[in-house]
Design a binder for this molecule. Structure first.
Ligand code: MLC
Ligand code: AMP
Length: 489
């Protein structure tokens, strides 16, 4: 059985989802996902872990398609709804998806990707069929592939099983005391664990209600809060920063009314990137809520969290979550104490493999089975503090993980580029922003280059600053000195 789906039979008449101003019960979600599963099966008895990619607006349709793929025995591959065609093509091709499903609004781009690869394509409303009996899915089977940027130039697919997903969700439900009375607002993109596991997964596991906004917008978030039903919120630091800026511009009466409503929330969580202490403090003053900061990663779900009850220490991420083992280790993977080290993780929440990359999978684990996160932390008075990463080629911007090497490779494919180097610059709102230094030929045209990049990169991977240089700063070994480059910016 698929743990998340089978649990929902206990909440049939409860409200599962609110999207587009409509409410849907768990029974409606089960019925619709069954229709989609039956459609995907056609004449087959079980999709046997075939991949199905879907580009669907956050809401009832998204969850129905995700569950439909699972119930047919497939692996769900959620596509980022803001990706340009090339980036979508990469994911659909890499997973060798057997079907692409899209909301009507994305049908043009998604069908173009599918037809380039000769993959069958359907829009969500056409995924309707009944009569097929659904296969029995064992929990150890593969369930989902999420793409994550790594130290190699191309994103890798992180494979989780139904068991992994259940362990990731169960740990959070336990630690943060979810109940069927909870009601959460989802504003996060749904091709990453933060939205998929922490928000939708935990809500539906608990028999709670998950309300969706199709896209983050500060005014809509505060207006949704003021209806008075939502009691939980989870977001990246950039979103809290944007909500603070929005509230700062409101009248005193509006501020007071927003605060009165938010201070009644049961919990507000921040994660996916470091929460600046200034944002945590400002948020408390505008909402009356002490944010709970936690640490996670696509490969592990959530690993470390400040306590639900007890002190939420600013600048720290807290203690290991239930069922998660954490240790700090040196460069030789030897466990260390009393000094900073790389975070290693073990437990049922850890992913199965990188999709069709056995060597990358093997090198991500120690010989005794610990996953090496690449994040450096220290343990101070029983609480972990994240200090940075062991690679300068990865940054976080708006909560998205970005490989600078991946962007450099895309820039190099543009006309007139002789050389380039990309760095992350500290930024109060975004955490870091992407800056690209270019060495170009005389015929180079920056505007054309930007248009070319926009066709290949989603908005959040686009460089925000460009500098044209006659040469890049390099050390005696010929390696670009990125710290020097940052000072040039
Ligand atoms: C967008 N813009 C940026 C930017 N992204 N500028 C600088 N840096 C960035 N990264 C600009 C756009 O070009 C545009 O400018 C303006 O901001 C608005 O763009 P948008 O796309 O409409 O932005 P918005 O919707 O406001 O997006 C902000 C956001 C989004 C914070 C809502 O970035 C987001 O959803 N982040 C969450 C990512 C996430 O879920 N990560 C979890 C990964 S899992 P202009 O000039 O064109 O108007 C993980 C594990 C864990 O990390 O621990 O959770
Ligand atoms: P992703 O691969 O997109 O899942 O991003 C995971 C990475 O986000 C982690 O490896 C960390 O570098 C970073 N991260 C997540 N939560 C936090 C946090 N609370 N503080 C600092 N970094 C974080």
């Amino acid at each position: 059985m698929i743990p998340l789906v089978s649990r929902s039979f206990s909440f049939l008449d409860s409200r599962a989802i609110i999207s587009n101003g409509q409410s849907y019960t768990y029974k409606e979600l089960l019925n619709r996902s069954e229709e989609i599963a039956s459609f995907l099966l056609g004449s087959k008895k079980d999709l046997q872990e075939s991949r199905v990619a879907f580009m669907v607006t956050p809401g009832f349709d998204y969850v129905s398609v995700q569950w439909g793929i699972w119930r047919a025995g497939g692996i769900a591959v959620p596509l980022c709804i803001t990706y340009p065609e090339d980036a979508l093509h990469y994911v659909v091709e890499d997973t060798q998806a057997i079907h692409v499903i899209a909301s009507e609004v994305f049908s043009e781009i998604a069908s173009a990707v599918a037809s380039r690869l000769g993959t069958p394509f359907s829009i969500v409303i056409d995924c309707k069929h009944s009569g097929n009996s659904l296969p029995d899915i064992e929990a150890h089977r593969r369930a989902m592939i999420l793409y994550t940027s790594g130290t190699t130039s191309k994103p890798k697919g992180v494979v989780s099983t139904h068991q992994t997903i259940a362990a990731q969700i169960g740990s959070l439900v336990d630690a943060w005391k979810w109940t069927s009375q909870d009601h959460i607002l989802c504003v996060l993109p749904l091709h990453h664990v933060h939205g998929i596991i922490n928000v939708i997964g935990a809500a539906l596991w608990s028999g709670a209600t998950c309300q969706f906004l199709p896209k983050f917008n500060a005014e809509d978030v505060i207006a949704s809060f003021q209806i008075g039903e939502i009691n939980l919120f989870m977001a990246v630091p950039t979103i809290y920063f944007k909500l603070i800026s929005y509230l700062d511009a409101c009248s005193d009466i509006e501020k007071e009314s927003a605060k009165n409503c938010m201070k009644k929330f049961r919990l507000m969580v921040s994660g996916s990137a470091a929460l600046p202490v200034s944002v945590m403090e400002k948020w408390e003053s505008v909402s009356g809520q002490v944010l709970l900061e936690r640490y996670g990663m696509t490969e592990i779900g959530m690993g470390i969290s400040n306590p639900y009850e007890g002190e939420r220490r600013p600048g720290f991420v807290g203690q290991p979550l239930p069922g998660v083992s954490i240790r700090l280790a040196d460069e030789n993977n030897i466990p260390i104490q009393g000094e900073p080290g790389e975070i290693h993780v073990k437990g049922a929440t850890v992913f199965k493999e990188y999709w069709q990359r056995p060597e990358a999978t093997q090198s991500a684990f120690t010989t005794d089975g610990w996953f090496k996160t690449g994040d450096i932390a220290e343990l101070v008075d029983g609480s972990y503090r994240i200090l940075g990463r062991n690679s300068t080629d990865i940054i976080k911007s708006g909560g998205y993980k970005i490989s600078l090497l991946e962007i450099e490779e895309v820039i190099r494919s543009e006309d007139g580029i002789i050389d380039c180097s990309v760095v992350g610059l500290p930024d109060e709102e975004w955490g870091e922003i992407i800056a690209a230094a270019l060495v170009t030929s005389d015929a180079f045209n920056l505007d054309e280059c930007i248009i070319g990049l926009k066709n290949k990169l989603p908005g959040y991977k686009m460089p925000r600053k460009f500098k044209l240089l006659s040469e890049l700063p390099r050390n005696a070994m010929g390696k670009v000195t990125k710290n020097e480059l940052k000072t040039i910016f």
